[in-house]
Design a protein around this ligand. Structure first.
Ligand SMILES: [Zn+2]
Length: 342
């Protein structure tokens, strides 16, 4: 049976166009014009993307199971207090799913690669908003609840998620229709400006992360005296904050493969570690949210501005629709630009 399925060939870095190159990864590249079937088949052979795909595909199902458990088994979906958790859990399902699809199908063509990662960036921005919605309802320190900052926190996070998607998409090829042109695509394909692209992408995800975490950082690192909300969730907040820091470090530094190019092509390169630690961080973040929910429910229900559909699902839908519009514009421009291979 196995002989009947011919697994696609893998290539070295010199055999694929520059746009597909990864820092410090020498071998294990899939064909740059793979068919959809070849992309799916590549899940079952060892390439330099295989573990990138599985490390996000499997956790998607865990978070989906968690979401369905809260919704259907615990039957909590009618309680507005649970809605922020549901939005957060949905974002925890979407971002690994989008990422695993992006890594699976990114070798269909140059154009497909750009579009796949546009979706990946959109999903990450949505996850950032999901975190902000959950923090707004469960994790704000007592003394900041209903402050002016709290009032504008979710609306600003929505705007940030839109800017973040746009900036991350922009970091690939520039402004659609205005800057996308034969030369910019060639420059990108030739690997020039890659450092600037990477820096822009780091900023695109770092600044919403920092904004979302202002209440949490204040609560666990700065706040003294009364109203600081010290409970058992604090330890777990420390843990996911440390993991986020380490995840960002891996993304930015390309370690360990940068130190020994070719040694971590299939197992152990930074992007795989980045995926794994991001998921563990998300799990701790989910646990911290649930601990805060349980410990503070009565107090929050008595003091918090009522949780509504508009400041939970409404904000999420607005962010998702805006993100999809941005992705549509950036993708559409790829089809009308000379120099990008379909
Ligand atoms: Zn990834």
């Amino acid at each position: 049976m196995l002989n009947l399925i011919k697994l696609p060939q893998v290539f070295t870095i010199n055999q694929v166009p520059k746009v597909f190159h990864e820092d410090g990864i020498i071998s294990g590249y899939r064909h740059p014009c793979s068919s959809a079937k070849e992309c799916v088949l590549s899940l079952f052979q060892l390439t330099n993307e295989t573990l990138n795909i599985w490390t996000h595909f499997l956790p998607t199902w865990f978070f989906l199971w968690k979401l369905l458990t809260v919704m259907l088994v615990q039957d909590d979906w009618q309680d507005p207090f649970t809605w922020p958790l549901l939005v957060f859990l949905l974002s925890c399902c979407v971002y690994p799913l989008a990422s695993s699809c992006a890594h699976t199908f990114s070798t269909m063509s140059e154009r497909a690669r750009h579009i796949c990662f546009f979706f990946d960036y959109g999903a990450l921005s949505f996850y950032s908003l999901g975190s902000a919605i959950a923090y707004s309802s469960y994790s704000f320190p007592d003394k900041w609840v209903n402050s002016t900052f709290h009032e504008y926190y979710v609306p600003i996070a929505v705007v940030n998620s839109v800017i973040s998607t746009a900036l991350a998409c922009y970091s690939r090829l520039g402004l659609p229709f205005f800057q996308y042109n034969y030369h910019s695509i060639k420059r990108y394909s030739a690997g020039k400006d890659q450092k600037l692209c990477k820096l822009l992408r780091i900023i695109a995800f770092l600044y919403p992360y920092l904004f979302d975490n202002i209440p949490l950082f204040y609560r666990i690192f700065v706040c003294t005296g009364e109203g600081c909300t010290v409970n058992e969730a604090n330890t777990v907040h420390y843990q996911h904050t440390s993991l986020a820091l380490f995840t960002g470090f891996l993304f930015a530094t390309h370690l360990p493969e940068r130190l020994a190019p070719g040694s971590f092509d299939y197992i152990g390169h930074s992007h795989q570690l980045f995926h794994v630690f991001a998921i563990i961080g998300t799990y701790f973040q989910m646990t911290a949210n649930e601990l805060d929910m349980a410990a503070r429910k009565q107090w929050l229900l008595a003091h918090l501005t009522p949780i509504t559909l508009s400041n939970t699902a409404g904000a999420a839908i607005f962010s998702v629709v805006s993100g999809l519009c941005i992705i549509y514009v950036f993708s559409l421009a790829l089809f009308s630009t000379r120099g990008v291979k379909n």
